[in-house]
Design a protein around this ligand. Sequence first.
Ligand code: 13P
Length: 261
Amino acid sequence: MGCMKTFVVGNWKMNLTVGESSLFLQKLQKKIKPAKNLEVVVAPSAIALQTLSLQLERNKSKIKLAAQNFHYRDYGAFTGEISVSQLHGIIKYAIVGHSERRHIFGETNREVKMKVAAAIRNNIRPIICIGETEGERASGETADVIRDQLLSSLSEIDVEDFKKVIIAYEPVWAISGGKSSRAAAPDEVIDVIRLIHTTLADTYGKEIEENIPVLYGGSVNADNAGAYLTMKGVNGLLIGGASLMSEPFCDIVETAKRVIA
Ligand code: 13P
């Protein structure tokens, strides 16, 4: 796979005030030393993005920012929404189609594909989240759900833009905070990671597939990060709860450095 980067992405979800976000980022900036082929990204609340962007710029930090969500139109009468074009210059990445957006806010595959197209149009790399629910896994629908979410999310973009795309596999049942959530065993993850790669290769060709990073997310912590990161076809992690504390998050970054060394 050449020199594909490994990604450690912290999704802070709806946590931390602007002040707390800034202090927390300051801690991460002190503790995390940049490494070749490693990209550390944090996704704070939208309200903190500009402050944190200035902070990172001032300190010439290598840590990058991601939005957690945005609207798929660039501007217009959409009260309360933020467009990805408004975030241009502030973020490098944007999470799209997170399962909380899909399942709590009713975001559809159609909206996800329009957001992916909007991100690409604005030169922001989308981190496209896909994943089956517990019920879908139990009834043997995982492969169909994954293929459907994956291919529909990419259906509006041009071939030359595939190099901007990042996929994150997050089984909904493994995301902390759910009713009966639990960390997935690596052998529950490996088949889906393989399916994502083969679907991409079969549909768009091996060359495109090889350049699309596939991340894993769902109850990732400092103890299990290494097991996911060393799985074939996993190019990084998307972390919720453990990204809100500096020690586990920095430990995970260190693990990633060891894995790619
Ligand atoms: P947890 O790591 O808290 O399970 O969250 C995963 C997630 O949803 C990251 O986007």
